[in-house]
Design a protein around this ligand. Structure first.
Ligand code: SP5
Ligand code: ZN
Length: 333
C-alpha cells in the first residue's frame, strides 16, 4: 500500500496546550510523524489540488482566518503560537471581527489547538496528502494511507479544535462524492470525530460511523452521544458508538462489527477510515486498552468488507509505539 506524506507537515510545532488549568507540553509533536515514517519506510509526495476541494467543505472566511491568523497574532505584538482565550457562547450574531483574539474565539473551539507560523502550510499539505491518497484509490488501488499531521476529525466547516484545522477525512469524502462515489466514513480514533459529524450531519449521501470514548468522560464532551442520529436528509446516516474507559479488544470488536454492518447497509462503495492509534493501551491522553496486535485484527475485519479504503491519520500520542501500531494496522490491509 502506498503512503503519502509531505515534509511541510513538520512545520506545525505547537508548544503548549491548556491542560488541567495550566499550560502543558502539546501532545501533537512532530515526532509522531517521524515515528510513523521510521516504521513504514517509503512514501510518495502529494500533488497540489489547490484550494477548491478545501473550500468544498470549509467556510471561505474560516480558510482566510487560518491563512492569516499567525500573521495577525504577530502584528498584534505577540510571540509564539496564537491561542484564543474568549469564546462567543451566548447571543451569537454575525459580527465584523478584526482583533485576533476575537477571531480566535470565533474560529476555534478550545485552547488546545494553537496556530503557529508553520501551521497553515502543514495543514494545507496534510489535506493535499489525503487528496492524493484518494487519487490512488479512485485509480484502482485497494487502499492507500494518508499520513496527515496535524489530524483533522475535530475540525468543522468553520472551526479548528482538538489539534485539528482542516478536516482531511471530510475533504476527501466530499471529493469522492464529486467523483461519483458513495462514501462511508468510519472513525476509530479514541475521540469522537465531531467535526466530521458536523460537516455531514444533514446529508444522507455520506454515512458517518464513529466508535469512541463516552463524551461524558472525554473530549470533545459536547458531541458524540449515541442519540445524535443526523438531521433532515441525514437522519439515520450518523452513528455514534460509545465505549467506557478501560475497553479492550474483547469489547471493542463487537462495536467494530456493528459499525461495519451499518456501513454495509449504507450501500457505500468507498470507505474513508479516520484512524487514530490513541485507542492503544499505552496512550498518554486516552483510556482504551487495545494492544498493538489488535490493530492487525481491526484491519482484517475492515478489509473483509471489500471496500476500497483511504486510511487517514488522526490521533495517537504514545510516540514510542506509534510507528509499530500504524505499521501493524497497515499490514492488515
Ligand atoms: C485528533 C485527536 O486525537 N485530538 C485529541 C484532542 C484531545 N485533547 C484533549 C485532551 C488533552 C490532554 N492533553 C494532555 C497534554 C499533556 N502534555
Ligand atoms: Zn483522538
Amino acid at each position: 500500500m502506498i503512503t503519502v506524506f509531505d515534509d511541510r507537515q513538520f512545520g506545525h510545532r505547537p508548544v503548549h496546550e491548556f491542560f488541567n488549568g495550566a499550560l502543558a507540553a502539546h501532545a501533537d509533536t512532530p515526532a509522531r510523524a517521524t515515528g510513523i515514517l521510521r516504521a513504514i519506510g517509503d512514501t510518495v509526495a502529494p500533488t497540489d489540488h489547490g484550494m477548491a476541494p478545501l473550500a468544498a467543505v470549509h467556510d471561505p472566511a474560516y480558510l482566510t482566518f487560518l491563512t492569516e491568523a499567525h500573521d495577525r497574532w504577530l502584528a498584534a505584538g505577540r510571540t509564539g503560537d496564537a491561542i484564543g482565550y474568549a469564546w462567543p457562547v451566548v447571543g451569537r450574531r454575525p459580527l465584523d471581527l478584526t482583533r485576533i483574539d476575537a477571531l480566535l474565539g470565533r474560529y476555534t473551539a478550545d485552547a488546545v489547538t494553537p496556530i503557529g507560523a508553520g501551521t497553515w502550510d502543514a495543514t494545507y499539505w496534510g489535506a493535499q496528502t489525503a487528496l492524493t491518497a484518494l487519487d490512488h484509490v479512485l485509480a484502482g488501488d485497494r487502499s492507500a494511507f494518508a499520513l496527515c499531521r496535524p489530524p483533522g476529525h475535530h475540525a468543522g466547516r468553520d472551526y479548528a479544535g482538538g489539534y485539528c484545522f482542516l478536516n482531511n477525512a471530510a475533504i476527501i469524502a466530499q471529493a469522492a462524492v464529486g467523483a461519483g462515489r458513495r462514501v462511508a466514513i468510519l472513525d476509530v480514533d479514541y475521540h469522537h470525530g465531531n467535526g466530521t459529524q458536523d460537516i455531514f450531519y444533514d446529508r444522507g449521501d455520506v454515512t458517518f460511523v464513529s466508535i469512541h470514548a463516552d463524551p461524558h468522560t472525554d473530549f470533545p464532551y459536547f458531541w458524540g452521544h449515541p442519540d445524535e442520529h443526523g438531521a433532515g436528509d441525514g437522519l439515520g446516516a450518523n452513528h455514534n458508538i460509545i465505549l467506557p474507559r478501560g475497553t479492550g479488544w474483547a469489547d471493542y470488536a463487537p462495536a467494530l462489527d456493528r459499525s461495519l454492518d451499518l456501513i454495509a447497509a449504507s450501500g457505500a462503495d468507498l470507505l474513508v477510515l479516520s484512524f487514530g492509534a490513541d485507542t492503544y493501551e499505552g496512550d498518554p491522553i486516552s483510556g482504551f486498552a487495545l494492544k498493538t496486535e489488535d490493530f492487525a485484527t481491526m484491519a482484517h475485519r475492515i478489509a473483509a468488507t471489500g471496500l476500497p479504503t483511504v486510511i487517514v491519520m488522526e490521533g495517537g500520542y504514545a510516540v514510542d509505539a506509534l510507528g509499530s501500531n500504524v505499521a501493524t494496522l497497515l499490514s492488515g490491509f
